[in-house]
Design a protein around this ligand. Structure first.
Ligand code: XUL
Ligand code: CO
Length: 437
Protein backbone atom coordinates (compact mmCIF):
# COMPACT_ATOMS: atom_id res chain seq x y z
CA UNK A 1 0.00 0.00 0.00
CA UNK A 2 1.30 3.41 -0.99
CA UNK A 3 -1.39 5.42 0.75
CA UNK A 4 -1.92 3.46 3.99
CA UNK A 5 -3.49 6.37 5.84
CA UNK A 6 -6.06 7.11 3.18
CA UNK A 7 -9.33 5.18 3.20
CA UNK A 8 -11.62 4.59 0.26
CA UNK A 9 -13.16 8.04 -0.16
CA UNK A 10 -16.86 7.92 0.76
CA UNK A 11 -19.64 10.26 -0.26
CA UNK A 12 -20.85 12.05 2.88
CA UNK A 13 -22.88 14.92 1.44
CA UNK A 14 -22.60 18.73 1.49
CA UNK A 15 -22.68 19.06 5.27
CA UNK A 16 -19.73 16.77 5.91
CA UNK A 17 -16.56 18.35 7.25
CA UNK A 18 -14.49 15.21 6.69
CA UNK A 19 -11.63 16.32 4.41
CA UNK A 20 -11.36 12.82 2.95
CA UNK A 21 -14.97 12.57 1.81
CA UNK A 22 -16.92 13.72 -1.23
CA UNK A 23 -19.43 16.45 -0.55
CA UNK A 24 -21.10 16.42 -3.98
CA UNK A 25 -19.73 13.52 -6.03
CA UNK A 26 -22.19 10.73 -5.37
CA UNK A 27 -21.29 8.24 -8.12
CA UNK A 28 -24.64 6.45 -8.39
CA UNK A 29 -26.95 9.42 -7.87
CA UNK A 30 -29.21 9.86 -10.88
CA UNK A 31 -28.98 13.29 -12.47
CA UNK A 32 -30.71 14.16 -15.74
CA UNK A 33 -31.54 10.51 -16.36
CA UNK A 34 -28.28 8.77 -15.59
CA UNK A 35 -25.79 8.18 -12.76
CA UNK A 36 -23.28 10.90 -12.00
CA UNK A 37 -20.40 8.60 -12.81
CA UNK A 38 -21.71 8.18 -16.36
CA UNK A 39 -21.95 11.94 -16.83
CA UNK A 40 -18.50 12.32 -15.34
CA UNK A 41 -16.05 9.67 -16.54
CA UNK A 42 -13.11 11.00 -14.55
CA UNK A 43 -9.55 10.14 -15.46
CA UNK A 44 -6.25 10.36 -13.63
CA UNK A 45 -3.44 12.05 -15.58
CA UNK A 46 -0.42 9.80 -15.11
CA UNK A 47 2.07 12.63 -15.61
CA UNK A 48 0.93 15.12 -13.01
CA UNK A 49 -0.22 12.66 -10.43
CA UNK A 50 2.47 9.99 -10.54
CA UNK A 51 5.46 11.72 -12.15
CA UNK A 52 5.56 15.45 -11.40
CA UNK A 53 7.00 16.56 -8.08
CA UNK A 54 6.59 20.30 -8.33
CA UNK A 55 9.80 21.26 -10.13
CA UNK A 56 9.64 24.76 -11.60
CA UNK A 57 12.33 26.94 -13.13
CA UNK A 58 13.33 28.23 -9.70
CA UNK A 59 13.48 25.04 -7.72
CA UNK A 60 13.45 21.27 -7.65
CA UNK A 61 10.77 18.81 -6.58
CA UNK A 62 8.98 19.37 -3.31
CA UNK A 63 6.88 16.19 -3.54
CA UNK A 64 8.49 12.78 -3.39
CA UNK A 65 7.11 10.63 -6.21
CA UNK A 66 9.64 7.83 -5.87
CA UNK A 67 7.03 5.50 -4.36
CA UNK A 68 9.83 3.65 -2.59
CA UNK A 69 11.83 2.86 -5.75
CA UNK A 70 14.78 4.38 -7.55
CA UNK A 71 13.64 6.82 -10.20
CA UNK A 72 14.50 5.97 -13.80
CA UNK A 73 14.14 2.22 -13.24
CA UNK A 74 11.46 -0.23 -14.30
CA UNK A 75 10.94 -0.98 -10.61
CA UNK A 76 9.92 2.67 -10.22
CA UNK A 77 7.68 2.45 -13.30
CA UNK A 78 5.90 -0.53 -11.71
CA UNK A 79 5.64 1.18 -8.34
CA UNK A 80 3.89 4.06 -10.11
CA UNK A 81 1.42 1.60 -11.64
CA UNK A 82 0.70 0.12 -8.22
CA UNK A 83 0.38 3.55 -6.59
CA UNK A 84 -1.77 4.84 -9.45
CA UNK A 85 -4.22 1.96 -9.28
CA UNK A 86 -4.48 2.21 -5.49
CA UNK A 87 -5.09 5.93 -5.89
CA UNK A 88 -7.80 5.49 -8.54
CA UNK A 89 -9.51 2.72 -6.61
CA UNK A 90 -9.63 4.77 -3.44
CA UNK A 91 -11.25 7.66 -5.29
CA UNK A 92 -13.52 5.59 -7.52
CA UNK A 93 -11.85 6.93 -10.67
CA UNK A 94 -12.48 4.61 -13.60
CA UNK A 95 -10.01 5.91 -16.21
CA UNK A 96 -6.44 7.06 -16.70
CA UNK A 97 -4.53 8.93 -19.41
CA UNK A 98 -0.84 8.61 -20.20
CA UNK A 99 2.07 9.73 -22.36
CA UNK A 100 4.50 7.00 -23.44
CA UNK A 101 7.31 8.42 -21.31
CA UNK A 102 5.07 8.77 -18.24
CA UNK A 103 4.81 5.02 -17.91
CA UNK A 104 8.45 4.04 -18.59
CA UNK A 105 11.80 5.81 -18.38
CA UNK A 106 12.91 6.67 -21.91
CA UNK A 107 16.05 4.77 -23.03
CA UNK A 108 18.67 6.10 -25.45
CA UNK A 109 17.59 3.51 -28.00
CA UNK A 110 13.94 3.54 -29.04
CA UNK A 111 13.95 -0.24 -29.40
CA UNK A 112 14.71 -0.50 -25.70
CA UNK A 113 12.06 2.12 -24.84
CA UNK A 114 9.55 0.09 -26.84
CA UNK A 115 10.53 -3.10 -25.06
CA UNK A 116 9.91 -1.34 -21.75
CA UNK A 117 6.55 -0.13 -23.02
CA UNK A 118 5.60 -3.72 -23.85
CA UNK A 119 6.61 -4.85 -20.39
CA UNK A 120 4.82 -2.09 -18.48
CA UNK A 121 1.67 -2.32 -20.58
CA UNK A 122 1.43 -6.03 -19.74
CA UNK A 123 1.62 -5.03 -16.09
CA UNK A 124 -0.93 -2.23 -16.48
CA UNK A 125 -3.28 -4.57 -18.35
CA UNK A 126 -3.15 -7.05 -15.48
CA UNK A 127 -4.12 -4.28 -13.06
CA UNK A 128 -6.89 -3.14 -15.37
CA UNK A 129 -8.32 -6.64 -15.48
CA UNK A 130 -8.15 -6.94 -11.70
CA UNK A 131 -9.81 -3.59 -11.00
CA UNK A 132 -12.03 -2.78 -13.99
CA UNK A 133 -10.20 0.54 -14.42
CA UNK A 134 -9.91 1.58 -18.08
CA UNK A 135 -7.74 3.71 -20.33
CA UNK A 136 -9.34 6.96 -21.52
CA UNK A 137 -6.57 8.00 -23.89
CA UNK A 138 -2.93 7.68 -24.68
CA UNK A 139 -0.47 9.99 -26.34
CA UNK A 140 3.20 10.36 -27.20
CA UNK A 141 5.36 12.96 -25.51
CA UNK A 142 6.97 14.72 -28.47
CA UNK A 143 7.98 17.90 -26.68
CA UNK A 144 10.23 17.15 -23.68
CA UNK A 145 13.25 15.57 -25.34
CA UNK A 146 15.64 18.20 -26.80
CA UNK A 147 15.30 16.58 -30.24
CA UNK A 148 11.80 18.04 -30.38
CA UNK A 149 12.94 21.61 -29.80
CA UNK A 150 11.39 22.61 -33.13
CA UNK A 151 8.36 20.39 -32.79
CA UNK A 152 7.55 16.88 -34.02
CA UNK A 153 5.38 17.13 -37.13
CA UNK A 154 6.55 20.72 -37.54
CA UNK A 155 10.26 20.00 -37.16
CA UNK A 156 12.78 21.11 -39.78
CA UNK A 157 14.55 17.73 -39.42
CA UNK A 158 13.21 14.78 -41.43
CA UNK A 159 15.02 12.41 -39.05
CA UNK A 160 13.28 13.89 -36.01
CA UNK A 161 10.00 13.63 -37.94
CA UNK A 162 10.63 9.90 -38.39
CA UNK A 163 11.40 9.55 -34.70
CA UNK A 164 8.08 11.21 -33.89
CA UNK A 165 6.35 8.79 -36.26
CA UNK A 166 7.95 5.86 -34.45
CA UNK A 167 6.77 7.17 -31.10
CA UNK A 168 3.22 7.73 -32.34
CA UNK A 169 3.16 4.23 -33.83
CA UNK A 170 4.17 2.67 -30.53
CA UNK A 171 1.91 4.90 -28.45
CA UNK A 172 -0.99 3.85 -30.68
CA UNK A 173 -0.03 0.19 -30.24
CA UNK A 174 -0.09 0.59 -26.46
CA UNK A 175 -3.30 2.63 -26.49
CA UNK A 176 -5.03 -0.08 -28.52
CA UNK A 177 -3.57 -2.82 -26.32
CA UNK A 178 -5.02 -1.06 -23.26
CA UNK A 179 -8.37 -0.48 -24.98
CA UNK A 180 -8.02 3.31 -24.91
CA UNK A 181 -11.08 5.25 -26.06
CA UNK A 182 -9.01 8.00 -27.63
CA UNK A 183 -5.61 9.11 -28.85
CA UNK A 184 -4.50 12.69 -28.25
CA UNK A 185 -2.34 15.06 -30.22
CA UNK A 186 -1.37 17.99 -28.09
CA UNK A 187 0.90 19.99 -30.37
CA UNK A 188 3.52 20.46 -27.67
CA UNK A 189 6.03 22.37 -29.78
CA UNK A 190 4.08 22.39 -33.05
CA UNK A 191 4.48 26.09 -33.65
CA UNK A 192 7.22 28.62 -34.01
CA UNK A 193 9.16 31.40 -32.38
CA UNK A 194 9.97 33.58 -35.44
CA UNK A 195 8.95 33.71 -39.08
CA UNK A 196 12.53 34.60 -39.90
CA UNK A 197 13.38 30.88 -39.81
CA UNK A 198 9.99 29.26 -40.37
CA UNK A 199 7.92 28.02 -43.34
CA UNK A 200 4.45 27.83 -41.78
CA UNK A 201 2.70 26.19 -44.76
CA UNK A 202 5.40 23.53 -45.06
CA UNK A 203 5.18 22.75 -41.34
CA UNK A 204 1.39 22.58 -41.28
CA UNK A 205 1.34 20.22 -44.27
CA UNK A 206 3.84 17.97 -42.52
CA UNK A 207 1.75 17.93 -39.32
CA UNK A 208 -1.35 17.01 -41.32
CA UNK A 209 0.50 14.21 -43.10
CA UNK A 210 1.74 12.82 -39.82
CA UNK A 211 -1.81 12.81 -38.51
CA UNK A 212 -3.08 11.13 -41.68
CA UNK A 213 -0.47 8.40 -41.33
CA UNK A 214 -1.44 8.00 -37.66
CA UNK A 215 -5.12 7.60 -38.60
CA UNK A 216 -4.28 5.10 -41.32
CA UNK A 217 -2.08 3.07 -39.00
CA UNK A 218 -4.47 3.33 -36.04
CA UNK A 219 -7.41 2.08 -38.08
CA UNK A 220 -5.25 -0.75 -39.50
CA UNK A 221 -4.55 -2.09 -36.00
CA UNK A 222 -8.17 -1.88 -34.92
CA UNK A 223 -8.34 1.50 -33.18
CA UNK A 224 -11.99 2.52 -33.45
CA UNK A 225 -11.91 5.44 -31.02
CA UNK A 226 -11.46 9.14 -31.64
CA UNK A 227 -8.28 10.98 -32.37
CA UNK A 228 -8.19 14.29 -30.55
CA UNK A 229 -6.47 17.58 -31.04
CA UNK A 230 -5.94 19.45 -27.78
CA UNK A 231 -5.77 23.14 -28.75
CA UNK A 232 -3.46 25.54 -26.94
CA UNK A 233 -2.44 29.01 -28.10
CA UNK A 234 1.02 29.39 -26.63
CA UNK A 235 3.50 27.91 -24.19
CA UNK A 236 5.92 26.43 -24.83
CA UNK A 237 6.02 28.00 -28.32
CA UNK A 238 5.16 31.64 -28.86
CA UNK A 239 2.78 30.75 -31.69
CA UNK A 240 1.18 27.32 -31.56
CA UNK A 241 -0.66 26.09 -34.63
CA UNK A 242 -3.61 24.64 -32.67
CA UNK A 243 -4.45 28.03 -31.17
CA UNK A 244 -8.02 27.24 -30.15
CA UNK A 245 -10.93 25.00 -31.11
CA UNK A 246 -11.92 27.11 -34.12
CA UNK A 247 -8.39 27.09 -35.50
CA UNK A 248 -7.93 23.35 -34.93
CA UNK A 249 -11.29 22.53 -36.52
CA UNK A 250 -10.41 24.64 -39.58
CA UNK A 251 -7.09 22.80 -39.87
CA UNK A 252 -8.76 19.38 -39.62
CA UNK A 253 -11.30 20.30 -42.29
CA UNK A 254 -8.64 21.72 -44.60
CA UNK A 255 -6.72 18.45 -44.54
CA UNK A 256 -9.69 16.07 -44.54
CA UNK A 257 -9.08 14.85 -41.00
CA UNK A 258 -12.39 16.00 -39.50
CA UNK A 259 -14.09 12.58 -39.63
CA UNK A 260 -11.47 10.93 -37.45
CA UNK A 261 -10.70 13.76 -35.05
CA UNK A 262 -12.53 15.58 -32.28
CA UNK A 263 -11.40 18.18 -29.75
CA UNK A 264 -9.93 17.55 -26.32
CA UNK A 265 -10.67 20.90 -24.69
CA UNK A 266 -8.57 21.99 -21.74
CA UNK A 267 -9.98 24.78 -19.59
CA UNK A 268 -6.68 26.55 -18.99
CA UNK A 269 -5.77 26.38 -22.69
CA UNK A 270 -9.04 28.04 -23.67
CA UNK A 271 -8.47 30.87 -21.21
CA UNK A 272 -4.89 31.35 -22.46
CA UNK A 273 -6.42 31.81 -25.92
CA UNK A 274 -8.50 34.67 -24.53
CA UNK A 275 -11.68 32.62 -24.49
CA UNK A 276 -13.81 31.23 -21.74
CA UNK A 277 -13.68 27.45 -21.26
CA UNK A 278 -17.35 27.47 -22.23
CA UNK A 279 -16.59 29.18 -25.53
CA UNK A 280 -14.23 26.49 -26.76
CA UNK A 281 -16.64 23.79 -25.61
CA UNK A 282 -19.46 25.46 -27.54
CA UNK A 283 -17.39 25.89 -30.71
CA UNK A 284 -16.42 22.21 -30.55
CA UNK A 285 -19.97 21.07 -29.85
CA UNK A 286 -21.66 23.00 -32.66
CA UNK A 287 -19.15 21.47 -35.06
CA UNK A 288 -19.88 17.95 -33.78
CA UNK A 289 -16.38 17.73 -32.39
CA UNK A 290 -16.72 17.89 -28.62
CA UNK A 291 -14.81 14.77 -27.69
CA UNK A 292 -13.09 14.99 -24.34
CA UNK A 293 -12.06 17.46 -21.65
CA UNK A 294 -8.83 18.17 -19.80
CA UNK A 295 -10.32 19.33 -16.54
CA UNK A 296 -8.34 22.04 -14.82
CA UNK A 297 -8.39 25.79 -14.38
CA UNK A 298 -5.99 28.66 -14.87
CA UNK A 299 -5.39 31.77 -12.85
CA UNK A 300 -6.68 34.99 -14.37
CA UNK A 301 -3.86 36.92 -12.72
CA UNK A 302 -1.15 34.73 -14.28
CA UNK A 303 -0.51 34.48 -18.00
CA UNK A 304 0.61 30.87 -18.18
CA UNK A 305 -0.68 27.34 -17.97
CA UNK A 306 -1.00 26.86 -14.22
CA UNK A 307 -2.94 23.57 -14.51
CA UNK A 308 -4.76 24.05 -11.22
CA UNK A 309 -7.34 21.68 -9.89
CA UNK A 310 -10.72 23.13 -10.77
CA UNK A 311 -12.64 24.68 -7.89
CA UNK A 312 -14.51 27.46 -9.66
CA UNK A 313 -18.08 26.17 -9.59
CA UNK A 314 -19.30 28.87 -11.96
CA UNK A 315 -16.90 27.51 -14.59
CA UNK A 316 -17.67 23.85 -13.94
CA UNK A 317 -21.38 24.64 -14.09
CA UNK A 318 -21.09 26.35 -17.46
CA UNK A 319 -18.90 23.47 -18.66
CA UNK A 320 -21.47 20.89 -17.61
CA UNK A 321 -24.21 23.00 -19.18
CA UNK A 322 -22.36 22.67 -22.51
CA UNK A 323 -21.73 18.97 -21.99
CA UNK A 324 -25.38 18.24 -21.12
CA UNK A 325 -26.61 20.30 -24.06
CA UNK A 326 -24.22 18.42 -26.35
CA UNK A 327 -25.60 15.08 -25.12
CA UNK A 328 -22.42 14.13 -23.21
CA UNK A 329 -18.85 13.40 -24.18
CA UNK A 330 -17.50 10.48 -26.15
CA UNK A 331 -14.37 10.84 -23.97
CA UNK A 332 -14.16 11.92 -20.36
CA UNK A 333 -12.77 14.37 -17.82
CA UNK A 334 -9.03 14.01 -17.48
CA UNK A 335 -7.58 15.94 -14.54
CA UNK A 336 -4.68 17.53 -16.37
CA UNK A 337 -3.98 19.36 -13.15
CA UNK A 338 -1.30 19.45 -10.51
CA UNK A 339 -1.07 20.26 -6.85
CA UNK A 340 0.41 23.66 -6.02
CA UNK A 341 4.10 23.25 -5.24
CA UNK A 342 3.69 23.73 -1.48
CA UNK A 343 0.96 21.05 -1.34
CA UNK A 344 3.52 18.29 -1.50
CA UNK A 345 2.14 15.43 0.61
CA UNK A 346 0.42 12.26 -0.55
CA UNK A 347 -2.74 13.40 1.22
CA UNK A 348 -2.72 16.56 -0.90
CA UNK A 349 -3.03 14.39 -4.02
CA UNK A 350 -6.34 13.11 -2.64
CA UNK A 351 -7.54 16.55 -1.56
CA UNK A 352 -6.86 17.77 -5.10
CA UNK A 353 -8.94 15.06 -6.75
CA UNK A 354 -11.72 15.37 -4.19
CA UNK A 355 -11.82 19.09 -4.92
CA UNK A 356 -11.91 18.58 -8.69
CA UNK A 357 -14.46 15.76 -8.65
CA UNK A 358 -16.72 17.63 -6.26
CA UNK A 359 -16.44 20.83 -8.31
CA UNK A 360 -17.59 18.98 -11.44
CA UNK A 361 -20.30 17.06 -9.58
CA UNK A 362 -21.69 20.30 -8.19
CA UNK A 363 -21.38 21.85 -11.63
CA UNK A 364 -23.37 18.94 -13.06
CA UNK A 365 -26.14 19.36 -10.46
CA UNK A 366 -26.36 23.09 -11.11
CA UNK A 367 -26.24 22.74 -14.89
CA UNK A 368 -29.06 20.20 -14.76
CA UNK A 369 -31.04 22.71 -12.68
CA UNK A 370 -30.42 25.53 -15.18
CA UNK A 371 -31.75 23.35 -17.97
CA UNK A 372 -34.70 22.11 -15.93
CA UNK A 373 -35.49 25.67 -14.83
CA UNK A 374 -35.79 26.62 -18.48
CA UNK A 375 -35.58 30.40 -18.13
CA UNK A 376 -32.28 30.67 -19.98
CA UNK A 377 -33.44 28.42 -22.82
CA UNK A 378 -36.74 30.20 -23.22
CA UNK A 379 -35.04 33.60 -23.14
CA UNK A 380 -32.71 32.55 -25.95
CA UNK A 381 -35.55 31.05 -28.00
CA UNK A 382 -37.54 34.23 -27.61
CA UNK A 383 -34.53 36.39 -28.48
CA UNK A 384 -34.43 34.91 -31.97
CA UNK A 385 -38.19 34.70 -32.43
CA UNK A 386 -38.19 37.24 -35.28
CA UNK A 387 -36.86 34.37 -37.42
CA UNK A 388 -39.86 32.16 -36.67
CA UNK A 389 -42.19 33.65 -39.28
CA UNK A 390 -42.41 36.10 -42.14
CA UNK A 391 -39.17 37.40 -43.61
CA UNK A 392 -37.14 35.86 -40.74
CA UNK A 393 -38.40 32.37 -41.56
CA UNK A 394 -37.48 32.91 -45.21
CA UNK A 395 -33.94 33.90 -44.15
CA UNK A 396 -33.57 30.75 -42.06
CA UNK A 397 -34.85 28.58 -44.90
CA UNK A 398 -32.38 30.15 -47.31
CA UNK A 399 -35.32 31.11 -49.54
CA UNK A 400 -34.62 34.73 -50.14
CA UNK A 401 -32.17 37.05 -51.83
CA UNK A 402 -30.30 40.21 -51.10
CA UNK A 403 -32.70 42.06 -53.43
CA UNK A 404 -35.78 40.82 -51.56
CA UNK A 405 -34.27 41.71 -48.18
CA UNK A 406 -33.30 45.15 -49.46
CA UNK A 407 -36.84 45.73 -50.78
CA UNK A 408 -38.27 44.61 -47.44
CA UNK A 409 -35.94 46.98 -45.57
CA UNK A 410 -36.91 49.90 -47.80
CA UNK A 411 -40.62 49.29 -47.32
CA UNK A 412 -40.15 48.98 -43.55
CA UNK A 413 -38.18 52.16 -42.90
CA UNK A 414 -35.87 51.98 -39.83
CA UNK A 415 -36.10 48.72 -37.81
CA UNK A 416 -36.89 48.86 -34.10
CA UNK A 417 -34.01 48.18 -31.69
CA UNK A 418 -33.43 44.40 -31.43
CA UNK A 419 -34.61 43.98 -27.83
CA UNK A 420 -32.66 44.02 -24.57
CA UNK A 421 -30.03 41.32 -24.11
CA UNK A 422 -30.91 41.31 -20.37
CA UNK A 423 -27.47 40.05 -19.45
CA UNK A 424 -27.67 41.20 -15.83
CA UNK A 425 -31.06 39.55 -15.37
CA UNK A 426 -29.74 36.30 -16.84
CA UNK A 427 -26.63 36.41 -14.66
CA UNK A 428 -28.85 36.83 -11.63
CA UNK A 429 -30.75 33.68 -12.63
CA UNK A 430 -27.46 31.79 -12.65
CA UNK A 431 -26.52 33.13 -9.21
CA UNK A 432 -29.97 32.30 -7.96
CA UNK A 433 -29.60 28.68 -9.11
CA UNK A 434 -26.01 28.44 -7.91
CA UNK A 435 -26.54 29.75 -4.44
CA UNK A 436 -30.12 28.93 -3.46
CA UNK A 437 -30.94 25.34 -2.66
C1 XUL B 1 0.10 20.56 -21.85
C2 XUL B 1 -0.97 19.57 -21.83
C3 XUL B 1 -0.57 18.16 -22.08
C4 XUL B 1 -1.56 17.37 -22.87
C5 XUL B 1 -1.09 15.99 -23.24
O1 XUL B 1 -0.34 21.86 -21.64
O2 XUL B 1 -2.10 19.90 -21.60
O3 XUL B 1 -0.30 17.56 -20.86
O4 XUL B 1 -2.76 17.25 -22.19
O5 XUL B 1 0.11 16.00 -23.93
CO1 CO C 1 -3.84 18.83 -21.37
Amino acid sequence: MYFPNIPVIPYEGPNSTNPLAFKFYDADRIVAGKPMKEHLPFAMAWWHNLCAGGTDMFGRDTADKSFGAEKGTMEHAKAKVDAGFEFMQKLGIEYFCFHDVDIVPEADDIKETNRRLDEISDYILEKMNQTGIKCLWGTANMFSNPRFMNGAGSTNSADVYCFAAAQIKKALDITVKLGGKGYVFWGGREGYETLLNTDVKFEQENIANLMKMAVKYGRSIGFTGDFYIEPKPKEPMKHQYDFDAATAIGFLRQYGLDKDFKMNIEANHATLAGHTFQHDLRISAINGMLGSIDANQGDYLLGWDTDEFPFNVYETTMCMYEVLKAGGLTGGFNFDAKNRRPSYTMEDMFHAYILGMDAFALGLLKAARIIEDGRIDSFIADRYSSYNSGIGAKIRAGETSLEELAAYAESMGAPALPGSGRQEYLESIINNILFCG
